[in-house]
Design a protein around this ligand. Structure first.
Ligand SMILES: [Zn+2]
Length: 169
């Protein structure tokens, strides 16, 4: 599987000569954002597809995952450096709590009486480095048709990413 973030960053190779540390630098991130505008939309689209390998997905680490509602097109995107199994378990435990601050998943369940497809959580991407994983997570949050993620989950995402993503829809 080619990864979304790696593909996006290919178009910046010529300008980010700081190479290895570019993802730590704000300036280079700005370059990346600008250069993304030239990324081929069709090519990008090819790399945005979920994996279907359900059993081994749960054992994977450093992933961006998507939890789908069984009863409507709502979904939630998150990322974790731990195994997907561990993170999904946490989500399930959160949902059992019915008091205090409800998660967006709990709210959706309680308001609409819907249930999530816990047995088929998708792995939509993987990135070993936290920074890349967060950017990739934000891209996939924005790619949802009916995302339950909070607005604040994508505050950091540069507007030039958004123009590309809007064209993908
Ligand atoms: Zn739903």
């Amino acid at each position: 599987m080619r990864r979304l973030y790696s593909h996006l960053s290919e178009s910046t190779t010529s300008t980010s000569s700081q190479s290895n540390s570019w993802f730590n630098s704000r300036e280079v991130v700005r370059d990346l954002n600008v250069n993304l505008s030239f990324c081929s939309l069709n090519k990008l689209n090819c790399f945005i597809r979920p994996q279907k390998d359900r059993l081994s997905n749960l054992q994977k680490k450093n992933v961006i995952y998507k939890i789908n509602c069984r009863d409507c097109d709502a979904s939630y995107v998150g990322q974790t450096k731990r195994t997907l199994k561990t993170r999904v378990k946490e989500h399930k435990n959160d949902i059992r709590k019915s008091d205090g601050n409800l998660s967006v998943l709990s709210e959706h369940r309680l308001e609409l009486n819907h249930e999530f497809d816990w047995d088929d959580v998708e792995v939509v991407d993987s990135e070993r480095w936290l920074y890349r994983r967060r950017i990739t997570e934000m891209l996939h949050i924005k790619l949802q048709n009916n995302g339950l993620n909070l607005q604040s989950d994508t505050d950091f995402l540069h507007h030039s990413y958004l123009s590309i993503l809007n064209n993908l829809h």
